[in-house]
Design a binder for this molecule. Structure first.
Ligand SMILES: [Fe+2]
Ligand SMILES: [Fe+2]
Length: 297
């Protein structure tokens, strides 16, 4: 029996190319150049920033996640070596689209004087030098990971845009533009994983193993925990959103708990169910903390 996967991947890739033709963007059109001032004449000082500090921190954290792209691409190229053509081509296209994200965010922060640009420049180098190992040991398992990653970033950008709208419409537009890219990346990877699962539902075992391992690239950056707490408290993205807007819809979409599987895979599924109940309890605690903070105000 010949596999239906390569054809499904071809279709997904061509759909991606058609859709991006209409949504393509160039960052010079999005940035507020008129706010730029010479740092030699007017050195940076705390207090010049135009955003609430927690929002500036969330934008910077997103940028630091995006700067891991060279390591991400290196890992994907290695794992996709023997993968069908469409996947290998997609990695190239995906890299060219992701390449704009860190740049537009960092330039925005520099022009709007949010955050110390020297400290940030050192931080970027530390994060990139640290490197990043893409989790997974096959094209399939790495795509389970990247699907989560693309959906998580999509939700992160959209939720942050909602909070940022009032503070700076320019930032709102930048975040929504990036979110559109992430949405299309997510659609490709979700469809690709779906095609592999359709071919062999036993692959659900690998899905169950990868999902609990998910952390954002850059999780090793200094102060990552504090940055994530701040995004959760002020940026509209934390565990409750991760659970209800990322994990749950994705598992439903792939039918992870619906497919008929062997007893061996069932054991992996029970492991995932345990992880989900722990995540639910942790998300509830975060939601309660937010409520009591809101009441304290
Ligand atoms: Fe991105
Ligand atoms: Fe993306």
């Amino acid at each position: 029996m010949t596999s239906s996967v390569p054809q499904a991947l071809d279709e997904l890739y061509h759909r991606h190319l058609t859709l991006t033709e209409h949504t393509d963007w160039a960052y010079h059109r999005l940035l507020p150049w008129d706010r730029g001032r010479d740092f030699g004449q007017t050195p940076w000082e705390a207090g010049q920033g135009t955003l609430p500090p927690a929002m500036a921190l969330a934008v910077e954290t997103a940028m630091l996640t995006e700067v891991n792209l060279p390591w991400f691409t290196a890992g994907l190229v290695r794992l996709m070596q023997d993968a069908p053509d469409a996947l290998r081509q997609f990695v190239h296209t995906w890299t060219s689209e992701e390449d704009r994200h860190a740049r537009v965010l960092e330039t925005y922060l520099i022009l709007s004087r949010n955050g110390d640009p020297d400290a940030r420049s050192r931080l970027v180098r530390t994060v990139v030098r640290e490197g990043w190992d893409v989790p997974g040991d096959s094209p399939f398992s790495v795509m389970v990971y990247t699907t989560l990653q693309e959906l998580a970033t999509r939700v992160f950008y959209l939720n942050l845009a909602q909070v940022a709208r009032e503070a700076d419409p320019v930032l709102d537009r930048i975040l929504k533009t990036i979110a559109k890219d992430e949405t299309l990346h997510f659609a490709f990877y979700r469809g690709a994983v779906g095609a592999y699962l359709e071919e062999d539902p036993e692959r659900i075992g690998a899905v169950c193993d990868i999902v609990p391992l998910f952390t954002m690239p850059g999780a090793g950056m200094p102060d990552f925990g504090q940055r994530m707490r701040s995004a959760s408290d002020h940026g509209g993205y934390g565990l409750p959103e991760y659970l209800s807007q990322v994990i749950q819809p994705l598992l439903r979409d792939w039918g992870v708990f619906e497919h008929q599987v062997s007893s061996g895979v069932e054991a992996h599924r029970r492991g995932l169910a345990d992880y989900l109940s722990r995540l639910e309890r942790a998300a509830q605690r975060v939601a309660e903390r937010r409520r009591s903070r809101g009441e304290d105000r």
